[in-house]
Design a protein around this ligand. Structure first.
Ligand SMILES: [Zn+2]
Ligand SMILES: [Zn+2]
Ligand SMILES: [Zn+2]
Length: 221
């Protein structure tokens, strides 16, 4: 099964139903009656499947599922053709309220996958070939810098007079020129003609801007 995750913005695949041993249609849970309920060996409801044809499940039902840690898999069916989707080899429901990513240790929200870009660029000043690291969001953590270094990027601490603070920037090995945050996007990330690779770099919390590694790039000297 595969689903888009509203909590982290990513796509997850997995078998949510592996704990389930029994399928019950229109199972009565007291406050609500899901279309399909999946029960585990102790007769506990582990997940419900709601097939939404006319109206979405009631808020009281959604609250009940949340409080009882029941996964909600929903299908929105608009035409007869949509019914075929229920037989597809990989089920693609419209929403599943389960996120497989870790939770942020600071704010308890689900974190998003973070990607580190390694771009084969050229130095803006001396034109020498230059490996450039970039993130779509957030600041470089110590482990991002270590990973970038393994891929041939030179990252050094620079002082910005405009920001009044030190920060880590991509630096040319030949002439020592460095790339400021703004130009990193406009002159490298946005330039499609530069080859690039995307590396897995742990998780990032877009709610409180912390990294999964819990280290700060300020430690980098
Ligand atoms: Zn997720
Ligand atoms: Zn240079
Ligand atoms: Zn957070």
């Amino acid at each position: 099964m595969q689903w888009d995750c509203p909590a982290c913005g990513g796509v997850h695949t997995g078998n949510l139903l592996k704990k389930a041993v029994k399928v019950v249609l229109e199972h009565n849970l007291g406050t609500c009656q899901p279309d399909i309920a999946l029960l585990d060996e102790f007769n506990c409801t582990v997940a419900v499947i709601e097939v939404v044809v006319t109206h979405a499940p009631e808020q009281t039902a959604l609250d009940y599922y949340k409080n009882n840690h029941i996964a909600v898999v929903s299908y929105k069916l608009k035409s007869d053709e949509d019914f075929n989707r229920l037989d597809a080899p990989i089920l693609k429901p419209d929403s599943v309220d389960v996120c497989k990513n870790p939770k942020c240790s600071k704010c308890e929200n689900y974190m998003s996958k973070k990607h580190l870009l390694i771009i084969d660029g050229n130095c803006w000043k001396c034109q020498a070939p230059m490996k450039v690291a970039a993130l779509y969001e957030g600041n470089f953590s110590l482990s991002d810098i270590q990973l970038a270094t393994q891929y041939g990027v030179l990252m050094k601490l620079h002082y910005s007079r405009t920001l009044g603070m030190k920060y880590v920037a991509n630096t040319c090995r030949k002439c020592g020129a460095f790339i400021g945050d703004h130009y990193l996007f406009t002159d490298y990330v946005a330039v499609d003609s530069y080859n690039r690779q995307e590396l897995d770099a742990g998780y990032y919390c877009h709610h409180c801007s912390s990294n999964s590694e819990d280290e700060d790039s300020e430690d980098f000297e």
